[in-house]
Design a protein around this ligand. Sequence first.
Ligand code: ADP
Ligand code: ASP
Ligand code: MG
Length: 402
Amino acid sequence: MLIVKKFGGTSVANKERIFNVAKRCIADYKAGNDVVVVLSAMGDTTDELIALAQSINPNAKKREMDMLLTTGEQVSVALMAMAMQSLDVPAVSLNAFQVMMHSTSRHGNARFKRVDTKRILHELDSRKIIIVTGFQGVNKYEDITTLGRGGSDTTAVALAAVLHADKCEIYTDVDGVYTADPRVVKNARKLDVITYDEMLELASLGARVLHNRSVEMAKKYNVELVVRSSLNDSEGTVVREASNMEKMLVTGVAADKNTVRISVIGVEDKPGTAFRIFDTLAKNNINVDIILQSVGRGGTKDISFTVASDDLQSAIKLLEANKERLTIQEITYNENVAKLSVVGAGMMSNPGVAARMFETLYNSHININMISTSEIRITVLVAEKDIDKAMNAVHDGFAVPE
Ligand code: ADP
Ligand code: ASP
Ligand code: MG
């Protein structure tokens, strides 16, 4: 069997953990399998590097950020190879350049375009354990890129897809995918199975247990994922295509504090206004999420929308620069908001989920700022200070079934 095993930052945070991971990989290797390991940077390394960069230049270029941040993963893979070699197991560490993991050019948020297999297959042929840096790619200028926070999961899935791996295991610091973040919701329950679509919604809506693009890619290439703990042997959660299991009304609840609401006030109430505003944002790579437009009055209207916190400054700058053309009278924003979402494939055929969610929030005296829905999701925007309480209330309100 060919097994891809990915370990996150906490799983390789110190020497003991590195040896713990090495031993888990060696066990599979000694059982006769081909083993490809993907690692994240140790512990909080990435956060620390970001803070260090900020202290030197708060406007650091994204290219240089990528040069800096990718060092974290390089440290992990080298140390892991050394650990395995010290246990007399042949291992080789490889970075994105050595594997050749081709990505798009966009620093800080690149996507894989193509991943070469030649070098890895060659090393596997000589019975080595392969240890690959997560989170990084190489663009057409031969510059190093990163895939966005949490991107090592995507490296693992990309490798599993191109190598036609028999298994892709994502090891982390919780026992699997839960009905909500187990660190916030005390009644959260581990799921045995979750579909790609549900997992994709949860991951995109703030459940950082898997990088959303890793789920997208897993679905596209039909890579079955197992999310499990690196610290114990419990079974974890399988992420796969929908089976004939009964669709749960609500599979999980996710929260995202990394969001801000922007309002453009007094824009012309005419065809083309919304197009021009959102086209301007899109052309500058700013993703817009929930949108709310007021009823027009006296020839003008207001439009509110949410963007990721990281995009706030550039969005405001852009709107200010285009204020006249976009007919905006005033721009306001609120950073103290968070998104709360419930996800479940069963919602499609079950009216009343939204009403129940709103009732639960009402009972907890939590005000709703904005609402958006899809077939299998309902998202509301609430005050950031209320988010943990809201998450617990909504989770328990649905008492996600056993
Ligand atoms: P890693 O470093 O292993 O990639 P992450 O910190 O990226 O780990 O992701 C794991 C964390 O995701 C957990 O510690 C947990 O707090 C958080 N999390 C958020 N939502 C969920 C969920 N629904 N199920 C499990 N964990 C979740
Ligand atoms: N080290 C990177 C991060 O912290 C990638 C990852 O952990 O997946 O975001
Ligand atoms: Mg992660």
